[in-house]
Design a binder for this molecule. Structure first.
Ligand code: G6P
Length: 748
């Protein structure tokens, strides 16, 4: 209320000052105009009277004076005639008794031999007086005064002020009404709702923030409150989960346990994560900038770790609005727990290092999908240069940290561990390779295999998803470079340095920290404008390793072999465009679209499409709704280090339902034996798995899903991080003093 009064007081004062100011100016202008007008009229009349009176004064004709007064006199115009001594000879009757005050003007006119004028109060009324001298043969023989009624001037001005007062009143009423409504709708009511919302949150009721908590109006306050509420909800969920686990005597790794573990093992030593893909990129959306979580298993897996432990994440700033938002930012933006440090790459660096060597060279080299790797010397140069650039940034970030822990991610940074370790021997460096490692013969086709292996072996720990990939790597090392591979310890010893090579099957965070939202299968299908009895989903980046064409062929085959399922099953493929500058990826995009079109045309019927293809970026929330509504999920990659879509699907199914159809060529298949395992190249086998998924009894579905959920819950991402960090902690510390030469020498 006080706020409203203050606001209104200000508005009233401003309105008053503006209206009064403008009225004053208007009155001044009007007055000048009216005075000019009355003066002109008086002068004209005075000239006429003078001409008629001059001969009469000379003759001293009393009868003539009466004629003049009658002829030129009017109710609003009086006339007075003076002799050469300034005494009244004759005057209009209404002014005659009161002409005394005019003598100064009369004397002035006669002595100046010219007109004299001004306002005078004569006979109780305000009048405009204009006096002109009368002359004969160059002698002043008298004067004539014209007196015009000027009362109307005052009433006119008064009228102006009155009109303005009315205007002021109406304006003030209107502004008061509008301000009151606006304040009520946009401030008082939303604040009251926000207060009610925070009260409910405090009471532990997980309610969504009020829709009118408009961030643009409340600025950072709304964001802060939302962040605070989220933190509160998280903290409460974590505490509840911990209590539950303690009660059941379970030893599952949780976010809280990882946090405590890191604190006990590493104290205040910060963790540095390096990856090519950033956890959040900022992209322009019309005139606004929005946050986007890229489609990357690596990001899905690592984010919960930095959320739990804090630290610095160094990554390529690839969003088109990243530079606007900043090089070093706190994340999550509403409640920062870690820092993202962005590295900028120019087009040439990105083309050679990312598109070229990493994704046209190493990616097909490590995946057995019959896509020929392309190795170009120029790309290799950029790859080295960008690894060097990231090393410099990382060293800058680690400058003040003693014994830092560095977690390097993936095939984009094979050279980075050696560069870092040379400069900071006190750092404990782990390299986790998220994709498969091929056998030594396949790897042997890489022209820079030695440099890559030496770069990787700079790490204290090299991790893969499976023992099989560790073995492939150790064998590659044994056959390619000099060094001792100790198979019984899974280590590589080169000079003073030992690298441990171990499997760490990566996973996802499974704690349901947020209240699970209800899922209505029909509503989810309605979103994509279909309806059917059974829903299948696939979630992929459009990548040739993911086996999209093979999957579509299997779906078509399924409908051919079991036509009774036509109209009853719909498959939704969520496909996120990826690495689209590489021709092979463009071709795959085209091929996939064409196949979907063909299947829908050939098998589809009026009102039913067998495949819904959604080719765009989807956020986690959208994807989760599909996971939870699906009867089956297809993960049929041709070759995959792990594949976290499989685990995300399982983590999302807290109803213990849904069937997972999983390629046996994924790392995930080693852990998820309760999925329907398929060979994605075998179209008949995959088509049959779809049928089995649909026909599986509810009991079997639940048993299988419950076992897989227990597995994923047990082997979650916190456990993965805990194991990896324990291994790192075991490695003896190397003193900083072991460095030799300059930073540049050591890095090159
Ligand atoms: C794989 C890689 C990740 C990568 C992801 C997405 O999972 O192992 O390092 O981030 O694909 O690919 P992109 O090229 O878009 O980062």
């Amino acid at each position: 209320m006080r706020l409203l009064l203050r606001l209104l007081g200000g508005i009233w004062l401003a309105t008053l000052v503006v209206i009064a100011g403008f009225t004053y100016l208007e009155v001044q202008e009007e007055r000048a105009r009216l005075v000019q007008d009355i003066g002109r009229r008086a002068a004209l009349a005075a000239d006429a009277v003078r001409e008629a009176t001059e001969p009469l004064v000379a003759r001293q004709s009393r009868a003539g004076y009466d004629r003049v007064l009658k002829r030129f006199g009017r109710p609003d115009r009086s006339i007075a005639i003076y002799d050469q001594f300034g005494s009244v000879i004759e005057a209009s009757p209404e002014v005659k008794p009161a002409l005394g005050p005019l003598s100064p003007l009369v004397s002035e006119a006669m002595s100046n031999r010219g007109p004299a004028r001004g306002f005078q109060d004569v006979g109780g009324a305000r009048r405009w007086v204009h006096v002109v001298p009368l002359e004969r043969d160059d002698l002043i023989i008298g004067a004539v005064a014209i007196l015009l009624d000027a009362q109307y001037l005052e009433s006119y001005e008064w009228g102006l002020w009155q009109r303005s007062a009315v205007r002021l009143g109406v304006l003030i009423l209107l502004l008061t009404g509008i301000t009151w409504l606006l304040v009520r709708w946009t401030v008082t009511r939303p604040i009251a709702r926000m207060a009610e919302w925070t009260k409910q949150l405090k009471a532990g009721q997980p309610v969504a923030p009020p829709p009118d908590a408009d961030a643009s109006l409340f600025g950072s306050l709304a964001g802060e409150v939302t962040g605070l509420a989220r933190t509160l909800a998280r903290a409460r969920a974590v505490a509840e989960q911990e209590a539950r686990l303690r009660l059941h005597g379970e030893s599952v790794w949780t976010e809280e346990r990882l946090k405590q573990f890191v604190q006990i093992r590493f104290g205040a030593r910060p963790i540095f994560v390096v990856s090519n893909r950033e956890p959040v990129s900022h992209v322009r959306d019309g005139k606004t900038i929005k946050e986007l979580q890229p489609a990357s298993g690596l990001v899905t897996a690592l984010e919960p770790i930095v959320l739990a432990c804090g630290g610095v994440w160094v990554a390529h700033g690839s969003g088109d609005a990243d530079r606007v938002v900043g090089e070093r930012i706190g994340l999550p933006s509403d409640d920062p727990t870690y820092t993202l440090r962005r590295v900028w790459l120019d087009a040439e660096e990105e083309a050679g290092y990312y598109y070229g060597f990493a994704n046209e060279g190493l990616w097909p080299l490590c995946h057995i999908v019959h896509e020929r790797p392309r190795f170009r010397a120029g790309d290799w140069e950029q790859y080295r240069a960008v690894n060097h650039k990231f090393a410099l940034t990382l060293l800058e970030e680690m400058e003040k940290a003693d014994d830092p822990i560095v977690l390097v991610q993936d095939y984009h940074f094979a050279l980075l561990p050696q560069m870092i370790k040379r400069e900071r021997p006190d750092a404990r460096v782990a390299l986790f390779w998220h994709i498969p490692w091929p056998n030594f013969e396949a790897f042997g086709i890489c022209p820079w295999q030695e440099e890559i292996l030496l770069g990787m072996l700079g790490a204290d720990l090299v991790g893969f998803h499976t023992q099989f990939h560790c073995n492939n790597f150790l064998e590659t090392v044994e056959r390619t470079i000099e060094g001792r591979v100790e198979w019984d310890h899974f280590t590589v010893v080169r000079g003073q340095h030992t690298t441990h090579v171990l499997p760490f099957p990566i996973s996802v965070a499974t704690d349901a920290v947020e209240e699970p939202e209800r899922v209505d299968k029909a509503a989810v299908m309605a979103q994509v404008e279909v309806s059917a009895e059974f829903l299948g989903v696939g979630v992929e980046r459009i990548d040739y390793t993911k086996g999209l064409p093979e999957r579509l062929r299997a779906i078509r085959r399924f409908f051919e072999r079991w036509p009774q399922y036509r109209r009853r099953v719909v498959f939704v493929q969520i496909a996120s465009p990826s690495r689209t500058r590489i021709p092979r990826y463009q071709a795959l995009q085209e091929e996939t679209r064409a196949m979907v079109r063909a299947i829908n045309e050939e098998i589809g019927e009026r009102g039913w499409r067998p495949v819904v293809y959604r080719e765009r970026h989807h956020d986690h929330r959208e994807i989760r709704a599909f996971y939870r509504a699906a009867d089956f999920c297809m993960v049929t990659a041709l070759h995959d280090g792990m594949n976290l879509v499989a685990k995300e699907f399982i983590a999302a199914r807290d109803d213990d339902d849904g069937v997972l159809i999983l390629s046996r060529f994924t790392g995930a298949s080693r852990e998820l034996g309760d999925a329907l395992l398929v060979n994605p190249y075998d179209i008949e086998d995959t088509a049959d798995a779809i049928r089995r998924a649909i026909e599986m009894s509810q009991r079997e579905r639940r048993d299988r899903m419950a076992r897989m959920r227990a597995q994923v819950r047990e082997q979650n991402i916190y456990r993965w991080a805990g194991r990896l960090l324990s291994e790192l902690a075991r490695i003896p510390r190397t003193a900083l003093a072991d460095r030799q030469g300059t930073t540049e020498d050591r890095l090159v």
